[in-house]
Design a protein around this ligand. Structure first.
Ligand SMILES: *Cc1c(COP(=O)(O)O)cnc(C)c1O
Length: 378
């Protein structure tokens, strides 16, 4: 018998209310009943995105919303500045290139946050840059970038700021309107406690000017269509009815909690996880900009990182994430985003300790759990 625990940075576990909402018989989307749900979900999304602008729901994983941002804002031949400090920063570059957009890249050492001063410098030296693409939580390295400071420097230029908040939103603070972030992209399967399948995107009026001017070919991801539909409480194509019903349930849970409580819960779980790594003698991968959504730690010398993740999952049912790209086998990542509680963290740490012990790593058994509990008791 095995019980499963999901501690990955997407998908994340589902609250029972969300799962149950999806088990109900399907309804039709062009009905007053569904329109009411869409209206409520849209209101909830504005709350979660901390914006007064519309948040569009796209039937795609998060990357679909990233692609929507690129093609709706820019045209072939345009220049964009891309912050590349991990796998998801690289994705912005790949999407831009696919559409003939010229990416100017800021290469950030993996595990570090981007320097807002560097962004400012690059914007000043190249006035052609129409948009800056960056990431809130760079899930591959466990880094949170300082979006408030980045927004402040981008505002001094004519470029718009686009933030991939796919794993950060609903875990760490992102004050879209107050900080002046033009475009925020998110997805359903991380902080929002939903299955994969929905992408979200909101745009400022400044960004809309680019949408109107873009010459990129667009059809399914045309945000002008999405806007026209949303103005009538509709989506341009068949809505992801079941997922939107689930979204509405998840947003109700989040709103009952309140944004501040949500962020604080994530902060405490991150603090506990980081304290546990330290107590186990494990090095954090991003000690200076560690995300409150996911903790990346270096695999200790002599331990097979991929085997560690696999044993935790296959023998004990605890799924954490390994390293991506150049970090494959070198780090493991414990996510603490979405429907995750202190008890889940303890469970994950306990499993980690057992497997590390079996693999021959030396430390005081229970030290990680103790360190986490001490944080929780504070
Ligand atoms: C998960 C993730 C994505 C990719 O989203 P998909 O839903 O897999 O398309 C993009 N960016 C970040 C920061 C992510 O964490």
């Amino acid at each position: 018998m095995k019980k499963e625990y999901l501690l990955t940075p997407g998908p994340t576990p589902l609250p029972p209310q969300v799962s149950l909402a999806m088990a109900k018989p399907i309804i039709h989307h062009r009905t007053p009943q569904f329109q009411e749900i869409l209206k409520e979900a849209s209101r909830g999304l504005k709350w979660a995105f901390q914006t007064a602008n519309d948040v569009f729901i796209i039937s795609s994983s998060g990357t679909g919303a990233m692609e929507a941002a690129v093609i709706n804002l820019l045209s072939c031949g345009d220049t964009a500045l891309v912050v590349q400090g991990g796998k998801f920063g690289e994705r912005w570059t790949e999407i831009a290139k696919a559409y003939g957009i010229c990416p100017e890249i800021i290469n950030v050492e993996w595990g570090k946050a981007v320097s807002p001063a560097e962004i400012s410098k690059r914007l000043k030296s190249n006035p052609q840059i129409k948009a800056v693409f960056t990431t809130l939580c760079e899930t591959s390295t466990g880094v949170d970038n300082d979006i408030q400071a980045i927004a402040a420097v981008v505002k001094e230029s004519s470029a718009v700021l686009v933030v991939d908040a796919i794993s950060g939103l609903g875990a760490v603070d992102l004050k879209t309107d107050a900080w002046g972030v033009d475009v925020v992209v998110a997805g359903s399967q991380k902080g929002f406690m939903l299955p994969p399948g929905l992408g979200f995107i909101c745009l400022s009026s400044r960004a809309w000017k680019l949408v109107e001017a873009s010459k990129s070919g667009r059809y399914y991801l045309d945000l002008r269509k999405a806007k026209k539909a949303l103005d009538k409480n509709d989506t341009p194509f068949t809505s992801s009815i079941t997922l939107i019903i689930a979204l509405n349930e998840a947003l109700k849970i989040m709103q009952q909690d309140g944004l501040e409580n949500i962020f604080q819960r994530h902060r405490i779980m991150a603090d506990a996880t980081r304290a546990a790594m330290q107590a186990l003698g494990l090095e954090l991968f991003a000690p200076l900009a560690a995300s409150d959504g996911v903790t990346a730690a270096k695999v200790p010398v002599g331990i097979d990182g991929e085997k560690l993740v696999k044993t935790m999952r296959d023998t004990y049912g605890v799924t954490i994430a390994g390293g991506q790209g150049e970090l494959k086998g070198k780090v493991f990542r414990i996510a603490h985003m979405g429907f995750i509680t202190e008890s889940d963290i303890i469970m994950g740490l306990s499993c980690l300790e057992k497997v590390l012990t079996k693999m021959g790593y030396k430390f005081t058994l229970g030290a990680g759990i103790r360190a986490a509990e001490e944080v929780f008791l504070k």
